[in-house]
Design a protein around this ligand. Structure first.
Ligand SMILES: [Mg+2]
Length: 266
């Protein structure tokens, strides 16, 4: 793959999945892209579609971006009102409600060309990750995403090709460390894995730009101590708790104000 200016190549990952099924049949789609825009997107032909119908979030937010047809059965309309009223019967009702619906692949959908067996997706990604320099994998709230990636090899590291990353950098953690609470708004289609992976690249670029400009929280904490010596003594002599208190104050200030580094005037 093309390296960006001799630095460690970065690959941005996102997946869509059934949160109740950690096996490969719970993986619905996967998207990766890198620093230079090399995209890969696949929809898992081995996903257990039927089991998705009683998962409200997946039905409302993920299925609209997949090439599937949800056939609403005759019982569907008659259950719409009852579902709200009979919450305590929810589980039972959902089982009954699902029987009235079916789901199938929409082979005429333009995105159907991305549907391929899990084994093929694993082979494609082995090729994608193959590189002389191990890439940095980046995801947003990505603990599930890397598990879903690994599920393509049965979550068995011994079976997994050497090039597939075992660790990742979480954008949310990176943002927290920089004291940044708000990330840029996503322009693409949320919950379509490739769009989400591309967004991860944008958010990462944004964080790097902020990192270059913003005062690190630890530096600001030291400055607070130096100029407001509520606790006397050098920074190095403070207890861990005292330093932590300053860092908490610094992170709050960084989250609320646009504080940038400025050279000392001579
Ligand atoms: Mg997503």
């Amino acid at each position: 793959m093309t390296e960006a200016c001799g630095t460690t190549p970065r690959i941005f990952l996102d997946t869509e999945f059934d949160p109740r099924d950690m096996s490969v049949s719970g993986l619905l789609s996967i998207g990766v892209t890198d620093d230079v825009g090399r995209d890969y997107y696949a929809i898992n032909a081995d996903a257990n579609l039927e089991s998705l119908l009683d998962h409200t979030f997946v039905v409302e937010h993920v299925l609209p971006h997949l090439p599937v047809i949800v056939n609403r059965g005759a019982t569907d309309a008659s259950t719409t009102g009852a579902r709200g009223l009979l919450r305590r019967w929810g589980r039972r009702l959902r089982r009954w409600w699902r029987r009235g619906r079916t789901i199938e692949w929409d082979t005429s959908h333009p995105h159907y060309r991305y549907v391929r067996p899990a084994e093929q997706i694993a082979a494609d990604l082995e090729q994608y990750f193959h590189a002389p320099t191990a890439p940095e994998l980046i995801a947003y709230f990505g603990a599930q995403d890397i598990c879903r990636l690994h599920s393509l090899w049965g979550s068995n590291w011994a079976e997994m090709p050497a090039g597939v990353p075992r660790k990742f950098t979480d954008l949310r953690v990176l943002a927290d460390q920089l004291g940044i609470s708000e990330l840029p708004e996503q322009q693409g289609t949320a919950h379509r894995a490739l769009d989400d992976a591309r967004y991860n690249r944008e958010a990462h670029d944004y964080l790097l730009r902020q990192k270059a400009q913003l005062v690190p929280a630890d530096d600001l904490a030291r400055q607070l101590h130096q100029h407001l010596p509520v606790i006397s003594g050098a920074w190095e002599s403070l207890t861990c708790q005292q330093r932590s208190d300053y860092r908490v104050a610094a992170r709050k200030l960084l989250a609320q104000y646009d504080i940038r580094a400025r050279r000392e005037e001579v």
